[in-house]
Design a protein around this ligand. Structure first.
Ligand SMILES: [Zn+2]
Length: 183
């Protein structure tokens, strides 16, 4: 199979769910655009907002992205900010949705793109996309061990399903977002 970016005719580094192949530059552009799209779609931030990047798996990536967006001011003090940015990916959300069915763990509203003063700018990105972005930009990810045994099992289950059904995590989260407003 030839793996070439259709636009640039160079080697592809990523294949999207719809089959589109992206080279390094196109992938980075797609990734950053998706974050801006998420911010707009879910009204996560306003111009001039003071933000705090919470410590999590993808802190370094969020810092990298938001340093390029000077319309938001990064603060080092959590209490003196408008919004707290979390490391949550679409994989985390899909996993939490299933876990919530198995054992009530948290309020469903916490799984929304924004909850109180916390927001999730990586809400529509898969872990493999975030990890690839980190690799291409030479950013180190904070490796964290998951202590929740059931959580690990659900994540592995979803990752297995994803091999045959690449859209599975989007489907789970979309179904959740559609029903959430009536809950
Ligand atoms: Zn390209």
């Amino acid at each position: 199979m030839i793996k070439m970016c259709k636009k640039c005719k160079t080697n592809a580094v990523f294949v999207m769910i719809n089959g589109r192949k992206l080279c390094k530059n196109c992938f980075i552009h797609y990734f950053e655009k998706k974050i801006l799209f998420t911010i707009r779609k879910y009204n996560l931030l306003r111009k001039g907002n003071k933000i705090f990047i919470d410590k999590g798996r993808y802190t370094t990536i969020i810092e990298h992205i938001f340093r390029k967006l000077p319309i938001y001011k990064i603060s080092k003090i959590k209490t003196k900010t408008d919004k707290i940015l979390l490391s949550t990916s679409i994989g985390n959300i899909a996993c939490q949705i299933i876990l919530n069915q198995l054992k009530k763990k948290q309020e469903v509203k916490q799984l929304m793109p924004k909850y109180k003063n916390t927001i999730k700018p990586l809400y529509l990105l898969l872990d493999k996309e975030i990890e690839l972005y980190a690799k291409l930009n030479k950013i180190k990810i904070n490796k964290q061990k998951d202590k929740d045994k059931l959580g690990v099992q659900v994540r592995n289950f979803l990752n297995d399903l994803e091999k045959k059904h690449p859209e599975i995590k989007y489907a789970a989260v979309n179904a959740f977002l559609e029903i959430e407003p009536v809950l």
